[in-house]
Ligand binder design. Structure first.
Ligand SMILES: *Cc1c(COP(=O)(O)O)cnc(C)c1O
Length: 434
């Protein structure tokens, strides 16, 4: 967990003690390391940069403006999946010509906003989307660059909820239909098909599915070209896995070799859309123990972070490492404990039978590998405000999202007069009913 390390007995994010952040910002709080973010991003740049491969950070992994802006300052583009993410990417200063728009269900409003913003590319996932976009772009007097997202029908061998490239998954255009639809797209005045996209899933540990999918896409490129169609761009998706527990993900070099071997000689401009592998290891969720109580099986550590803050364990059965902020002594007795949140669901369990040193009320822990799909998936379930987010940069840090106030949580809600009994007409009607 470099970027996060023990110094003089306590866990630091770069040169800032997590105890200081907890004291000043409170808990639960997401803490990100700018240095780790940069290292993760530069690794992609080093492997692919020489070959002019576009790197579009997938905002859904972590859309915090500071994080997106920081990545943008390194040269990253954005992969977005909603109007909200378009607005986030633009607000963070990502130039429109570095934004690509993915997603299976883009509304007319979203497509129109993307066309108007002049984004680089829309990844079209179906025939109705193609027809809708053509109309919207023509109405705006534009010709929108698009690629068709293909479902290559490969098994990504990842968690079923994040596998996206198998026939029957909701994503993409069936491989067999792609050629006809590409031809149709080429005939429409509102769109300019420039290539193909695919994204077969997330947290991929095995490179074989990539190889199979990229081979199929390469074959399709040849077929389209034989048909006289122009194919200049390939968007290869994201999805490289990371280590949460004992996974052994491929290196970027190995991944790049596969890219080179399968689609490297087609003369296409390549793009990738990594999310998890850029931000996951750059973040921890800092949380405090409320109580430790005796359970029937194991002792139970009850944290002040819940499934609303960190959903992956309850959603996917995901593993997150748990680090005591105070460094355990080498001879500390490790015991198996259940680590849970305060939310009223048994699903609000982060870990069962996790080996940890003695921890009690007020002790701090950090959930590791929590930079991706953690804060961005959080909710206010149980009327728990969204956690604060902090970005550490060397010796200093900034609160990049203030802890949500309880007032802000329900500021947009409204009680109609007929409910509160202050509307005289409704009150009369109510009396009649009674
Ligand atoms: C989620 C997603 C990504 C990012 O996937 P990671 O596993 O986070 O790298 C990239 N492209 C598309 C289309 C996605 O939906």
């Amino acid at each position: 967990m470099s970027g996060f390390s023990y110094r003089t007995g306590a866990l630091y994010a770069e040169d800032v003690a997590l105890t200081d952040i907890a004291a000043q910002v409170g808990t639960p709080t997401y803490v990100y390391s700018a240095a780790v973010l940069e290292r993760n991003y530069r690794a992609y740049e080093q492997v692919f940069g020489g070959q002019n491969v576009g790197i579009h950070f997938a905002l859904k992994a972590n859309g915090n403006l500071a994080i997106v802006a920081l990545l943008g300052s390194f040269g990253a583009g954005a992969d977005i999946v909603s109007l909200g993410e378009l607005r986030r990417a633009l607000a963070a200063g990502i130039p429109p010509d570095r934004i690509v728009f993915s997603g299976v269900g883009k509304t007319n409003e979203e497509l129109a906003a993307a066309v108007k913003a002049g984004i680089a590319q829309i990844n079209v996932e179906s025939e109705p989307e193609l027809e809708a976009l053509d109309g919207i772009a023509r109405a705006a007097g534009r010709r929108q660059r698009i690629v068709l997202r293909i479902n290559p029908d490969v098994d990504a061998r990842t968690h079923e909820k994040i596998s996206t490239g198998k026939r029957g998954d909701k994503f993409g255009i069936p491989y067999a239909d792609a050629q006809a639809l590409y031809r149709r797209a080429a005939s429409l005045p509102g769109v300019e098909p420039v290539g193909l996209a695919l994204h077969i899933g997330s947290q991929l540990i095995d490179l074989a599915p990539y190889k199979a999918a990229y081979r199929k896409v390469a074959d399709l490129v040849q077929d389209l070209r034989r048909d006289g169609l122009t194919v200049q761009a390939l968007d290869l998706g994201g999805g490289i896995g990371i280590t949460y527990n004992d996974e052994k993900p491929p290196s970027l070099d190995e991944y790049a070799t596969i890219v080179c071997d399968t689609v490297g000689n087609l003369g296409c401009r390549l793009a990738i859309e990594p999310g998890r592998s850029v931000v996951a290891s750059a973040g921890v969720l800092l949380s405090r123990v409320i109580y430790c109580k005796n359970g029937a099986a194991n002792d139970i550590l009850i944290m002040d972070a819940g499934m609303n803050d960190l959903m992956r364990p309850s959603m996917y059965g995901a593993y997150h490492p748990i680090y005591p902020v105070q460094e355990p002594s080498p001879d500390a007795k490790m015991t198996a404990v259940d680590v849970v949140g305060p939310v009223c669901e048994t699903g609000d369990t982060f870990a069962r039978a996790r080996l940890l040193p003695p921890l009690g009320t007020n002790d701090l822990v950090a959930f590791g590998a929590a930079g991706a799909y953690c804060s961005s998936m959080s909710s206010t379930y149980n009327a728990r405000p969204l956690a604060a987010e902090v970005l550490v940069h060397g010796h200093s840090y900034d609160v990049v999202r203030a802890r949500q106030s309880i007032e802000a949580m329900f500021a947009d809600e409204h009680m109609p007069d007929w409910v509160t009994g202050t509307d005289p007409i409704a009150m009369t009607a109510g009396r009649k009913r009674a």
